[in-house]
Design a protein around this ligand. Structure first.
Ligand code: AMP
Ligand code: MN
Ligand code: MN
Length: 338
């Protein structure tokens, strides 16, 4: 399924009804995607705090896989809601899902969603596969937190500093600090309303974007040093790529999430439209980040490989040797452009 429009009035009403159908003592489980980023955690925790303001008392928030919250997000308000996947409610009354493009991004929690009596999916990926009972998927939203804020408003939850900080981190990370194409006037208006609660954007940005261990900087230097530029790839628009292995992480004693922002310096290379970072997850398994400056729809490549994302920012899980993974991307780019 590919979506092009925002949620309908019926879908908003169904989402409000779904939340209101649960009582304050009902178990409500919030879930975001594996290897959570700022939007996944920020929209989930911001919404969770909103539910707390509505009187809900039994709230848990989680994500599949290893229970590691990246340092930049460790101090987010509402972090006390977070539990490891194994401690999710067994049989929640309501499940809310944030920033998840496909069920594959729910890992072992996908079954919980299928079994739940009621589920609401908040997302902004055009590639969203259409799972869950009530779907608030707005591919024009710059972040899932935009959708989350709209649902909170419809539920009558006013913004406070804690909710605002979560939603602001989500908005700032998914727009690349208000730089990407999705950064509309409405995005800045939302940011203004969030800042008006009294949050400190400078302090938040330093914590989220401008703070990393020395080892992470050294690792970045090495990985960028081995980048390859292929001017003829992507139908002559050019591709630049690099990779990082688990051994690289180990050598610098760094956790995998420090590689999440590595795509940014790579995608800034002016000689290539497409940028690719291939990050080892396990033996023969790689998490692949794709970006385009505009000439190529990289979500098509990602979807063809079982992943998803947006037109200019997408990803998938690749298998085999790193060279084989990059070959696959190269071939798909050629196929899409010829
Ligand atoms: P990343 O390169 O990890 O920052 O991801 C870029 C975009 O692609 C995000 O919107 C992700 O949600 C999406 N994405 C990344 N990996 C996958 C995947 N394996 N399956 C579906 N979507 C993905
Ligand atoms: Mn995300
Ligand atoms: Mn997002």
């Amino acid at each position: 399924m590919s979506l092009s429009s925002e949620p309908s009035a019926e879908q908003w009403a169904a989402a409000v009804a779904a939340v209101r159908s649960a009582g304050p003592d009902d178990e409500v489980q919030l879930i975001c995607h594996v290897n959570p980023d700022g939007d996944a955690l920020g929209s989930m925790l911001g919404f969770g705090l909103g539910l707390r303001r509505l009187g809900f008392t039994r709230l848990r928030a989680t994500f599949p896989g290893e229970f590691v919250v990246p340092d930049p997000y460790a101090a987010l308000p509402g972090s006390d809601l977070l539990v490891p996947e194994a401690e999710a409610f067994d049989d929640p009354r309501l499940i809310l899902v944030f920033d998840v493009a496909s069920e594959s991004r729910l890992g072992g929690l996908a079954g919980l969603l299928t079994a739940a009596p009621c589920s609401v999916v908040l997302d902004h990926h055009a590639s969203n596969t259409g799972f869950g009972m009530v779907r608030l998927v707005d591919p024009r939203a710059a972040a899932t937190s935009v959708v989350a804020e709209q649902l909170l408003a419809r539920l009558g939850v006013p913004l406070d500093q804690e909710i605002a900080e979560c939603l602001y981190v989500a908005l700032a990370t998914d727009t690349g600090s208000f730089k990407f194409d999705m950064t509309t006037a409405a995005v800045h208006e939302l940011a203004a309303r969030l800042i008006a609660t009294g949050i400190r954007p400078g302090e938040i940005s330093r914590r989220v974007f401008d703070s990393r261990p020395f080892g992470a900087m050294k690792l970045t230097g090495e990985v960028l040093g081995r980048a390859v530029l292929e001017p003829g790839a992507a139908g002559g628009r050019g591709m630049v790529w690099t990779y990082a292995t688990l051994a690289d992480l180990e050598r610098h004693a760094q956790p995998p999430y420090v590689l999440d922002t590595l795509i940014d310096p790579v995608r800034s290379v002016a000689d290539a439209d497409v940028s690719v970072v291939v990050k080892q997850v396990a033996a023969g398994e790689w998490s692949v980040s794709l970006r385009s400056k505009g000439a190529v729809d990289v979500s098509g490549v990602a979807v063809a490989q079982g992943g998803g994302g947006h037109r200019l920012a997408a990803g998938f899980t690749g298998y085999g040797e790193v060279g084989e993974v990059v070959d696959g991307v190269r071939r798909l780019l050629d196929a899409f452009l010829n």
